[in-house]
Design a protein around this ligand. Structure first.
Ligand SMILES: NC(=O)C1=CN([C@@H]2O[C@H](COP(=O)(O)OP(=O)(O)OC[C@H]3O[C@@H](n4cnc5c(N)ncnc54)[C@H](OP(=O)(O)O)[C@@H]3O)[C@@H](O)[C@H]2O)C=CC1
Ligand SMILES: O=C(CO)COP(=O)(O)O
Length: 325
């Protein structure tokens, strides 16, 4: 089987979970961490307690401070705003000719770039793939079943990578629409903030469901205008992840949204909510594309603390009535 030796960059919750998934799929995994204590704990005790509690990691995983010789597949699993720094640290020559699976769900602030565009700048000789879909790190690491999308422009290599990562409880479906998969994965976090705010403010499950449906329509307008496929929207990375992240307090974005809805402070330094950094980027993108994105606008107002979610929903309800499209 090709792709025996996988390196996962970033030993946080998602990197460790993806390392575990790859190990359960039969790969040998080097989990690259920047923190020496994390490396020592994984190698000595087979746990990463800061991120995954007492969960026992596969003995096919070893932790290391740098990319090992002989790596055949790289998975990048640091937060979206840290990807550029992590890739620069690895160096373009180390990634030359390698497939790199991008797993962060966010757009870069300032540049408005997607993860694959950052990879193209930092390591032009690497080949980009994107993994996205409904998958909480704790679920994946514990071997609870889910299915995700693995997108890439080389159909044969996409299928080979999907097969290399497929295990008894982790099922990657190959897809072509790399741009669309990247965008829906990043943007669903913005809508998850809004849905969490609706719950936090006690506005009810009906409002939340209506918001999810309108978010789905808005996401479709954005993805298609940006050049993605409408089919991606109904897939695992679109509908699948939107459903998960917009309904579960296990989502950091949703739970940060709940704090916004209660008018509580966000937790600085707390668990990462990618939607907070991505919301202004999404707004700039929508404006550049000329797409009407009232929910993205609303989340930005909410994050600026200009208005409450209740006021925002009242404003949306007062917009001129229109056909549902
Ligand atoms: N958690 C989840 O359920 C899922 C997360 N994702 C996505 O995965 C991405 C990462 O999230 P998650 O793992 O949860 O975040 P965590 O906060 O759990 O972990 C982030 C990890 O990235 C490391 N890191 C940060 N900056 C750098 C850097 N410059 N160089 C090297 N390592 C760095 C951190 O290292 P250190 O420990 O030293 O700070 C830490 O190990 C996000 O984009 C998220 O949307 C996708 C699906 C599921
Ligand atoms: O993307 C995720 C699940 O698919 C994780 O969502 P959060 O980053 O909101 O926790």
């Amino acid at each position: 089987m090709p792709l025996e030796r996988v390196a996962v960059i970033g030993a946080g919750a998602w990197g460790t979970a993806l390392a575990q998934a790859a190990a359960m799929a039969g790969r040998y995994v080097s989990l690259v961490a920047r923190n020496e204590a994390v490396i020592a704990e994984i190698n000595a005790r087979r746990t990463n307690s800061a991120y995954l509690g007492a969960l026992q990691l596969s003995d096919r995983i070893s932790a290391a401070p740098a990319l090992a010789e002989g790596t055949e597949l790289v998975i990048l699993a640091v937060p979206a705003q840290a990807s550029r720094k992590a890739l620069t640290g690895l160096g373009a020559s180390a990634l030359e000719g390698l497939p790199v699976v991008l797993s962060a769900k966010g757009l870069e602030t300032g540049t408005l770039l997607r993860q694959s565009e950052i990879l193209a700048q930092c390591a032009p000789g690497a080949r980009a793939y994107v993994l996205s879909g409904p998958s909480f790190a704790h679920d994946v690491a514990a071997g609870r079943p889910t299915a995700v999308t693995l997108a890439g422009s080389d159909r044969e290599e996409t299928e080979t990578i999907a097969a290399a990562l497929a295990g008894p409880s982790f099922r990657p479906y190959a897809a072509d629409d790399l741009l669309g998969v990247e965008l829906v994965g990043a943007l669903k976090n913005v809508y998850a903030l809004a849905c969490g705010a609706v719950e936090g403010a006690g506005l009810g499950a009906s409002a939340r469901a209506a918001l999810i449906a309108r978010a789905y329509a808005e996401l479709g307008r954005l993805v298609v205008a940006a050049g993605g496929s409408a089919q991606t929207l109904g897939g695992l990375a679109g509908l699948g992840d939107l459903t998960l992240s917009c309904t579960s307090a296990q989502s950091r974005n949703y739970s940060q949204g709940m704090a916004l809805g209660r008018d509580e402070p966000l937790r600085p330094g707390g668990a990462l909510a990618e939607g907070v950094a991505t919301a202004p980027v999404a707004q700039a993108m929508a404006r550049r594309l000329g797409v009407d994105a009232p929910l993205v606008d609303a989340v930005n107002l909410l994050l600026d603390r200009d208005v409450s979610i209740t006021q925002i929903l009242s404003g949306l309800m007062a917009r001129p009535l229109k056909r549902e499209d």
